[in-house]
Design a protein around this ligand. Structure first.
Ligand code: PEP
Ligand code: MG
Length: 883
């Protein structure tokens, strides 16, 4: 097996397409080398060698040592120096480089190959003794830290002592003999800590560094980073060994980083910084302030020190030429590291640069406009999830902050406000013009008005599909859910976290994109939907097959969704319409009624409200499909539970407290999510669904009369399991519809369909399709019922499953394509067998998740439906899935 791939001197064994084998860095070094760009020669040890290392009890492949030796010999040949030679030493850098960039996974080791002898060679060769010993002490520090596991502080202390002794403050003031003394003391530190001297054999040094890179693949930082970014552990990392070039060889030397375009705005102008007479880590360490690359950049920043363009115009001209070549070659914005050694330019790295969503849009649109990439490629270049950044206010990344608690990033965006613990109080303060953050153990439908009034929501319990999370995303409110460290004392009006207490009225800030709760107000930046956004979305719309609808029930949500380009409503959860102050009392009256006649009387009071809601929705969605789901939650959710709450309600409403208590007891269920809910309500109390069907169709008729344009409502029955159930519900719907049409002397088209939320419904989809014109996959419940995992309580154990690798993702966030996905495929196939044109959609939270949307495209669904604020994400993800 070939484990080692050389590069440099105008050629290379590998190329940019070999990222899997050579890692991103190694592949691009090879590519740059083949392009004839100035790359210090070196070699890459493959990711396969790392995989071999871990699958063979942390041992190297038998032939690796010989290949490394040969690789080193080739580098020596190109450079004309020899590794370990006391008079003409080759020095190398050793760096990790995985397939995906994992910044900060492992620190770099520079100047490797220096020892007590070669440092003299370097001094003689460079004619600069100070430089040689400065390099040696840097090497000892880095190597001791990265490979030998010693702390930087040990060395910092020694250096500080020397500076104190000499009365100096800045490193650059130390002379050659000072550095010599520092080196001697550094070596003593190593011997003292480890009981053995600092390794003097360059080959031992090299293998120590290679081993450290492989080991770093499994350190906690790397594991955490991989989990955050979905990088498989099985990939392994490559190791890049490259001959050193020095940016710290005096005033004609420098080191820097550059982006070919501005990574935060996307502006097409070279952007970056450099430091004269410095080595790479000095730029990062912030010891000296770097200078702008360009004159324009310097003037903009108001810097006095000359830019690279002014300080070294010739090298700068060459550099501009090289980065232009790189951007044209890779056809994307590049993030570049370079060094100038005594007036000579060297390229150390290039890769596609990370960028903000705003920059991603601008760069993609401009590159397509310039014909560098096609419009389809532009659409594929932007990460749909990143669009979230553009749709919500976000924290100013430079603003200082103190994080007091962590939870789940349940709904993106940031918000600042006063703490409130109660939904009514949230509403009251909001009306007074106060910004509030609602903090609760968990939320229920009764809190909706408070959630709407709040700028953001924090819950101590609950997962990514908890009530708080789903509703907050729907409303576009930032939400941190499941912040388990927070202990709420509602009576006292306080919460405590890590020994600190916050009172109602105290100001906090939350970041729903990160799951952070911060004290006080943190500075924000407002969203701005630029022309680039509109342009790219139009291209995306041209490329996609899937329709995108929104989950919305309020006029505000429906308008927001239209604004974001929703092509209809895929799920109107009618229960949310029951919670309005005026209606809830009629709803409760209905629940308390002793018989059908009593229920009908109460329902008659709700009907006009329902109808008015639907008139508004149909009007906003003129000409577009609107799927209305009939009542779904168990009835107990509409009445309070605790004795105190019941008494308060009775006192305020005139309802009978004893009766309320009895009814609450009767409605109590051990597993309400598997109990009397969904269409089971419609079967037990058909008058409820009849009222809703009537309201929907009367509203449709009214809109038809008023606008001359008839909506086509899609009436959807939740939690259906059996063909016979569907038949009953369809007949109920049709019978009610006929009565409405007869009374009105007019008709509209409508569809009757079902949600698929139970495994049985998916498996017997052919039975359901006999009576259902459409299926909408309710993947929240379908995930819950397929796994037998509660969507409300999974937060308690999910992390253990993720940590142990049993789940790769939260199945409530990313569709489980093998299990739940199989049920969707089965239902699609069986449903179509009976009804070829059965309309298919998804309305669970997965409808707004890009990877789940790709699944929906492959499964051949007709549309996805998601929260209003996810509509642009879904439009883009659907386009990418189709391309
Ligand atoms: C679902 O179950 O996926 C769904 C959309 O319905 P709800 O979340 O209201 O239960
Ligand atoms: Mg459901």
């Amino acid at each position: 097996t070939k484990w080692v791939y050389g590069f440099g001197g105008g050629s290379a064994d590998g190329d940019a397409s070999m990222k899997n084998l050579l890692g991103g860095k190694g592949a691009n070094l090879a590519e740059m080398s083949s392009l004839g760009l100035p790359v210090p020669p070196g070699f890459t040890i493959t990711t396969e060698a790392c995989v071999h290392y871990y699958s063979n009890g942390q041992s190297y492949p038998a032939d690796l040592a010989d290949q490394v030796k040969a690789g080193l010999a080739a580098v020596e040949g190109v450079v004309g120096k020899t590794f370990g030679d006391p008079t003409n030493p080759l020095l190398v850098s050793v760096r990790s480089g995985a397939r995906a960039s994992m910044p900060g996974m492992m620190d770099t080791v520079l100047n490797l190959g220096l020892n007590d002898e070669t440092v003299e060679g370097l001094a003689a060769l460079s004619g600069d003794r100070r430089f040689a010993f400065d390099s040696y002490r840097r090497f000892i520090t880095m190597y001791s830290n990265v490979v030998l596991g010693l702390s930087h502080d040990d060395f910092e202390e020694v250096l500080d002592d020397h500076k104190d002794r000499l009365g100096l403050t800045v490193d650059t003031e130390l002379a050659a003999e000072d550095w010599e003394k520092v080196v001697a003391d550094y070596k003593a530190v190593v011997e003292d800590r480890l009981g053995r001297p600092f390794p003097q054999d360059p080959h031992d040094q090299l293998w120590g560094a290679i081993g450290a890179v492989f080991a770093s693949w499994m350190n906690e930082r790397a594991k955490f980073y991989r989990r955050m970014h979905d990088i498989p552990e099985s990939w392994g990392t490559a190791v890049n060994v490259q001959s050193m070039v020095f940016g710290n060889m005096g005033e004609t030397s420098a080191t820097g980083v550059a982006f070919t375009r501005n990574p935060s705005t996307g502006e097409a102008r070279l952007y970056g910084e450099f430091l004269i007479n410095a080595q790479g880590e000095d730029v990062v360490a912030g010891i000296r302030t770097p200078q702008s690359l360009t004159r324009a950049g310097r003037e903009e920043m108001g810097e006095t020190a000359p830019s690279m363009e002014e300080a070294m115009p010739e090298v700068f001209a060459q550099f501009v030429d090289v980065v232009g070549t790189l951007e044209r070659h890779y056809r994307d914005m590049q993030d570049i590291e370079f060094t100038v050694e005594q007036g000579r330019l060297w390229m150390l790295q290039t890769r596609n640069g990370k960028r903000t969503a705003k920059a991603a849009l601008k760069i993609a649109v401009e590159m397509a406009a310039d014909g560098v990439i096609s419009r389809d490629e532009a659409v594929l270049r932007v990460d749909p999830s990143a669009l979230d950044q553009l749709l919500h206010p976000t924290l100013d990344p430079d603003a200082p902050r103190t994080v007091v608690a962590h939870g789940l990033p349940a709904s993106p965006g940031a918000a600042t406000g006063k703490i409130v613990f109660d939904a009514d109080e949230a509403e009251r303060l909001n009306q007074l013009g106060d910004a509030v953050i609602l903090v609760r153990d968990e939320t229920s439908p009764e809190d909706i008005h408070g959630m709407h009034a709040a700028r953001g929501i924090v819950t101590a319990r609950g997962g990514m599909t908890s009530h708080a999370a789903v509703v907050a995303r729907g409303m576009g409110r930032p939400c941190v859910s499941g912040a388990g460290e927070i202990r709420i004392d509602e009576k006292a009006g306080t919460f405590t976290v890590r020994g600190r207490t916050f009172k109602a009225g105290d100001v906090i800030t939350i970041d729903g994109s990160k799951g952070e709760v911060m004290e006080g107000a943190v500075k924000m930046i407002e969203p701005e939907l630029t022309g680039d956004f509109q342009t790219l979305m139009a291209w995306a719309d041209g490329a996609r097959r899937l329709k995108v609808r929104a989950n919305a029930e309020t006029p505000l949500d429906a308008k927001t969704a239209r604004g974001f380009g929703a092509e209809g409503i895929g799920l109107c959860r009618t229960e949310h319409m029951f919670f309005d102050d005026e209606r809830i009392s009629a709803v409760r009256e209905m629940i308390l009624a002793d018989d059908e006649a009593g229920r009908r009387a109460a329902l008659a009071k709700i009907a006009p409200f329902q109808k008015a809601d639907f008139v508004e929705l149909f009007t906003i969605m003129a000409g577009l499909p609107v799927t209305v789901r009939l009542l779904d939650p168990p009835l107990h959710e509409f009445i309070p539970h605790s004795e105190a709450e019941i008494d308060a309600l009775a006192a305020g409403s005139g309802l009978d407290a004893a009766k309320l208590k009895r009814r609450a007891n009767e409605l109590h269920e051990t597993n309400p999510m598997l109990g009397h809910r969904g269409c089971r309500l419609g079967v037990a109390y058909p008058e409820i669904y009849e009222m809703q069907v009537r309201a929907i169709l009367e509203a449709a008729l009214e809109v038809k009369r008023a606008s001359g344009r008839a909506p086509t409502p899609e009436i959807m029955h939740p939690l259906v399991a059996k063909g016979a159930e569907m038949k009953y519900l369809r007949e109920l719907t049709d019978r009610t519809a006929e009565a409405v049409f007869e009374a009105a002397g007019d008709r509209v088209d409508y569809l009757v369909g079902t949600m698929i939320e139970l495994p049985r419904a998916a498996i017997r989809a052919d039975d359901l399709a006999e009576h259902a014109a459409f299926f909408s996959f309710g993947t929240n419940d379908l995930t819950q019922t397929t796994f037998g995992i509660s969507r409300d309580d999974s937060g308690r154990f999910l992390q253990a499953y993720l940590d142990k690798g049993i789940f790769e993702h939260d199945p409530f966030v990313r569709l489980d394509q093998d299990g739940v996905g199989d049920l969707i495929r089965i239902a699609t196939e069986r449903g179509r067998k009976v009804r070829a044109d059965v309309k298919l959609g998804i309305c669970g939270e997965h409808g707004g998740d890009p990877s789940s949307i790709a699944f929906c495209e492959a499964a051949g669904l007709d549309y996805v439906s998601c929260s209003p604020y996810r509509v642009p994400i879904a439009r883009l993800a659907a386009a990418q899935a189709a391309l």
